[in-house]
Design a protein around this ligand. Sequence first.
Ligand SMILES: Nc1ncnc2c1ncn2[C@@H]1O[C@H](COP(=O)(O)OP(=O)(O)OP(=O)(O)O)[C@@H](O)[C@H]1O
Length: 620
Amino acid sequence: MLHSESAHSFQVDLRGLVDLLSHHLYSSPRVYLRELLQNAADAITARRAADPGAPATITVRTGESLTVTDTGAGLTEADVHRFLATIGRSSKRYAEGGLDGAGLESARGEFIGQFGIGLLACFVVADEITVISRPAADPGAPTVEWRGHADGRYTIRTLPADAMPEPGTTVRLTPRADNAEWTSPERVTGLARHFGGLLKPEVTVVDPRGTVTRINDTPPWERSHGSPLARREALTAYCRTTFGFTPLDTIELDLPAAGLRGVAYVLPTAVSPAQRAGHRVHLKGMLLTDKAPELVPDWAFFVRCVVDTTSLRPTASREALYEDGTLSAVRDALGRRVRDWLTGLAASDPALLHRFIDTHHLAVKALARHDDELLRVVLPWLPFETTDGDVTLEEFARNHPTVLVTRSVEEFRQVAPIASAAGLGVVNGGYTYDRDLVHRLPEIRPGSTVTDLDPATVTAHLDAVDPSAELRAAAFLALARETVGAHECDVVLRDFQPVTAPALLLDNREARHERIRSSLAFGSDGLWADILGSLRDGTPRAQLVLNHLNPLVRQALTITERGLATTTAEALYGQALLLSRRPLRASESALLNRAFIGLLTHAMHPAGPAGPGTQPRKDA
Ligand SMILES: Nc1ncnc2c1ncn2[C@@H]1O[C@H](COP(=O)(O)OP(=O)(O)OP(=O)(O)O)[C@@H](O)[C@H]1O
């Protein structure tokens, strides 16, 4: 059976739509002014495309109601029906046929608006919008008044010619009481500066007393200056007023292919690499966002940019950049520009490079790991913590043909004094990026060698003890090996500086893992124990190096009483553990306690009730 069919159109609930925009698309009601300024600027662009000498001014008047008047192309009655009364329709798109006529075609790329929803932003702060317009292209056409309500109703009427003496458009809105704060003179001046500070037409705000404030100016990178120094000063001053800091340096950005110009300011203080700067992006003069971290690569977090571009696309909210191929090409190009600046500094201004590195060495280290060219330029300048103090690798490598690098900060702290006394050059590789970077030194400085510091390297550089002294110490050493061996650690005796260090625990990550594995194997059985056991073979053990020059050790070596010797060996091991500054495991803390109590017991009962050669009593 056939059913009759009838055609209908969707109805749009304007209130619902405005609610959607204000709560979900726009971040704040303040965008109403941005949309008004943008429409005014576009109307001027359209008019000047046909008549380049036409005036270009935008006047914002504050008071009971707010008006924005432009000297733009204006609208005919037909335009008003076509563009103002239809949501989503824009004269700025080719398909709408809004721009016919000579010269206008080329202007299309110059427009800021494109979506045909901007005017709705005004309903976020007002219930009624009035647009009064007189078209520039047709001097005889009447002035048209359009009144739109937030509920979707609108009226149109024509006004006498003198209602608007010059071509252009005035948009008036009376804010709802709860939104009056957005249209106060101070707020409007601030918002106009924020959004329209780089617009090309002259923008002014007039307060209810008639005071006129000029809002915008040509950005310093577009102006010509008397000298490079004057230019630099103007760019720096712009940074101070825009971002509130004095930059370490300014990097001019100019990508003609992307219609982008601006400046990257080098931050004067260190920032965390995780903190991505908010860059200010203007689209054809209008501020799109002041929080665009995606404008430059992540590694360039030491710059803050302000740019004006014609090619990047906004999202419909106009508050973020649309992530597309153009944005990614722009990001790469800006990254290259920042890197070129950095590599160029080494040749042009080493003092500034030093200041930059002092402030941002972490950032540069992060960057250099993935960028060979940059690495070549900056590695010799980067500071590292070494056994010669905080020096550059270049300086360090000059004195140490073999550069040893530790895997952790603790390893460095413990080994550095001993290694440097033994004439070894050690770099602390424990900080983020450092070990990776130090290992790349030979690529840049052929002839230098870099190796990870391992216990064997250090012990090999410590002096062997006189054989007769070693013999005298044999009994104590045997006991100590037995005691400390239970902790997967060897004991050796060496002469080394400084004399004040009684013992050195050479331990590295592998040895530590080995101990954890063996304790797991101990607590398991069967296949699992076999697997863990097989992993053990050949893994380096920790090494307790006793300093034969140290008075405490010398005295310990003379102990013959078994119980006291065992406790002393444990105490020396415990002390070396503490000096290694790594977290102690439960069994190691227990060992320290036991050694301390044991020594105390011996001190209190030299020939104690438990008798010589026995372990301390449990109740001690
Ligand atoms: N001041 C003005 N002078 C002349 N025409 C205007 C003015 N304001 C708005 N219009 C007309 O109204 C249309 C709709 O404006 P609206 O702000 O809603 O969208 P848009 O500017 O085209 O795009 P967007 O949503 O990206 O801002 C514009 O395309 C334009 O034709």
